[in-house]
Design a binder for this molecule. Sequence first.
Ligand code: C2E
Ligand code: CA
Ligand code: CA
Ligand code: CA
Length: 278
Amino acid sequence: AKKRGRNQIHWYHTGYEDQAIRRLNKEQILRNAIQDQDLAIHGQPRIDCRTGQIEALECLVRIPLEDGQLMFPGNFIELAEQNGLIRELDAYMLEQALNQISDWLSQGIEPLPLAINLSLQSFNTTLLDSLNQWQVRHPEVFQYLELELTEHRLPDHDEAFLEHLKSIRDFGIRLALDDFGTGYANLSRLPDWPFQILKLDRSFILDLPESDKQQAVVKSIIDLCSTLGIQVVAEGVETEAELTIVDQLGCHCIQGYVYARPKPLEDTGDWLSARRIS
Ligand code: C2E
Ligand code: CA
Ligand code: CA
Ligand code: CA
């Protein structure tokens, strides 16, 4: 039931130079895609590198374009945050993920936990309302849901925000601190936050094999998290060298091209296989 192409003006891709027009055009594409629910969801697994087990799939949004290409979030999330469309986009992703989990359960398949990225704006009472509705109908979905929030966007010393986080955790939803290290990497605040997962940004991983200093930093983050009972995930692991060092430092949970690139959620059957419950 997907209408495609409406208003997807061709010269978007032809190098038209006027920034304002390109922005308007991009905004129109974004608006239509959300309105028509014509968004593609790709999933990328997070893996325990000792067992090879998939622990979760991160859901990543893409916009299908008329020419068959995909527009990637790096190209439109910021715009969506500026014009407020991000709330609808994130709400859609969340709903799709919960529907998918619920479908798997009704088919007797043990769901792969799904992780959704939420912008700070999407983290509002509307979100809590829809979680409350799921709580009434299908509370069993929550144990398979994770929500990721980017570290450098988190408000400091905001009690109301902290309460929001805790009420989400009270649903049984796991919370992940995303892109850790891109902000102030404030380790001292970690004990106050109700995150069960910390995702070490790729910028940490990049220099790791060559830099003893960086290894020491990462090691101390991993050790602190282990004391606090927070699981560390190394993001954007691309090479065997990176994988080896991350594993040696005590982080066994990895997401990155070294294992798998994101692919359409509907093609992830092989990752889901052998998870039938009944
Ligand atoms: P992120 O949450 O940090 O997601 C990981 C990004 O790194 C993804 O880019 C993924 O494709 C990419 N990646 C995975 N493995 C590797 C690797 O080994 N090497 C490298 N270089 N990159 C890797 P993607 O899909 O382009 O998404 C970019 C960002 O857009 C995400 O970063 C996330 O912050 C945001 N985003 C994606 N989907 C959503 C969404 O539904 N809502 C919101 N609010 N933000 C989203
Ligand atoms: Ca993420
Ligand atoms: Ca990340
Ligand atoms: Ca990122």
